[in-house]
Structure formats: C-alpha cells, structure tokens
Design a protein around this ligand. Sequence first.
Ligand code: UGA
Ligand code: MN
Length: 318
Amino acid sequence: MKSALFHRVFILLPWILIVILMLDVDTRGPAPPLTPRPDFAPHPGGRGGVRLPPRRGAQKRSASRPPPPPPEPLPTIYAITPTYSRPVQKAELTRLANTLRQVAQLHWILVEDAAARSELVSRFVARAGLPCTHLHVPTPRRYKRPGLPRATEQRNAGLAWLRQRHQHQRAQPGVLFFADDDNTYSLELFQEMRTTRKVSVWPVGLVGGRRYERPLVENGRVVGWYTGWRADRPFAIDMAGFAVSLQVILSNPKAVFKRRGSQPGMQESDFLKQITTVEELEPKANNCTKVLVWHTRTEKVNLANEPKYHLDTVKIEV
Ligand code: UGA
Ligand code: MN
C-alpha cells in the first residue's frame, strides 16, 4: 500500500514540476513596449507631454551615474485652417479635430471666413479638446467668385497671428502647415513635417486630376514635379503638400498670400517663391514616395427637401 503511494508520487512529481514551470514562463510573457511614440498625444485632449510608467529598474539607477538630459522639446506644429459657413462645416471640423487631437504639441489656428466669430464655431472650439486659436476675417465680396483663389485673407490672418505672437520672444521651435478643413490627414504626416528645418514637401493624393501629385526627388533633392496640371508652376504642389518652419515665417515677415494677379493653383507657388527655392526643399515621406494626405472634397449635400421655414419643434445645430 505504502509503496504503491510512493510509486504514484514518484511518477507524478516530475509532471507537476513541469506544469509549474510552464505556468511560470507563460505568465511572464513578453514585456509591454516601453518606447513611447512621442509624436502622438497620449490621451484624449492630450497636449503633448507624454507621461510613461517608470521604466523597470529605473529606481535602482546608481547614484554615481548622472541623470539623462531632458528630452528635446517637440517643435510645435501650427495648423492654419480657413473655414466658412456651409451645411457640412461642422462635419468637416469634427473630422479634422478628431485627427488633430491625436497629434502631440499641436496648436490649431482656425480662421473663419466671416465678419464675426460664429456661434457654431465658437462652441465647437470650446469643446474641441486641443489648443486652439479662433480668428475671423471676411473675404471681400468681390473675391467670392468661382475661379478666384480661396481663403487668401484667412491664411494671412493666421500668419499675422503667428508673427505677432512670436514678435518679442526668441522663436521656439515650430512648424507651420496649412490644413484645409476638407482634406484627409494621416497621423504619420505630422511625424514627417515635425522635423522640417526650412520648407518640407511631400506627395498629395487625389489632386490635380490625378491619383496623386508629387515632387520628383533625385539624390535627396527635389528636381521636378509629377503633375498633370499646369506643370509650368514653379512649385507644382497643393497647399496640403508642404510645411514651413516657424523660423522661416518669422525671418520673412513680408511673405503673405497675394490677391493681386494670383490665380487658383498659383497661390502655393506665389507664397513659396517668397521664402524658398526648389533646390532648398526638404523631401519627406520616404523621398516623396508615400501619400500621407489626400485632397478630398466633400460632395455638396442634397437639401432639396429642406423646408423653407422652420418646421421642427426643436432647433438643432447641424
Ligand atoms: C484647392 C487647394 O487645395 C486650396 O488650398 C486652395 O485654397 C483652393 O484650391 C483655391 O482655389 O484657392 P479646394 O478644395 O478647391 O482647394 O478649395 P476648398 O477646400 O473649397 O477651400 C480651401 C479652404 O478654404 C478650405 O479650408 C475652406 O473651408 C476655405 N474656404 C473656402 C473659405 O474659408 N472661404 C471660402 O469662401 C471658400
Ligand atoms: Mn478642399
């Protein structure tokens, strides 16, 4: 009897040990990644500071080793967005804010094409959950015609605000980007533009009557443009295809968008000519071979059945 029991324990024991060992290995598993993705905001409404759990063993750092230098501050990305009142405005702004909110250290400059700040946009900005400056300037009536460039005054108002804000202090590192309210932006795009030293460029999807337009790059330099529309443009690039460092904006205080003589599609060239040369451009997005932004345009909504006078029992903001 005793020897039978001994026999069983003897056979079972190694198995029990093996099971315990396996369980132990299993629960250790691979360690969660500790490297932050510093370009993205860590939480909704995040304003940049990436907070991480302390590294394992960090407390044990020996007293003699000096602490690591503080991380370089991320350059602030200033996104200037002209916007105007229309049925899809709030939908466009919602889509855009949902993207921008995920980008660390981003300041949104929203410029309404209006004589005063609208209630809709004011309410929107208050709840947007990201640092935002709300400006307004109306486009003079004579310029509100098809075939004329759009948002000239609004982009200039954004530029003026930036220059005013930084006029006294030494410029903090920053990057300016013109983010129209109807385009589609990948988060990777912001990672790319963040390292702009002077003026950086990249491809834009769904533009110029083609699937994409892009700067042609040879040996790390822009040497021409892949485009199907007005290839004679000095900078054959859409507004969504470039970023400019804050330093360049401040050291070229007269660079603005011009109404005089400017045609649609030439605004980008007219502006870029004032601050840089083609040779100087910094290609991003893997030597301009990746599309990270799309020039999407929202279809005009069908309001054919909208009543002439307010019929509903409640008033709803759309
Ligand atoms: C193209 C370019 O992508 C624009 O950057 C450029 O301003 C425009 O051409 C032009 O012709 O000037 P497109 O899609 O045709 O873009 O222009 P929209 O998206 O209609 O307008 C560009 C931006 O200006 C948008 O953010 C829009 O909300 C704003 N906008 C447009 C105004 O503020 N006021 C207007 O009357 C029209
Ligand atoms: Mn557009």
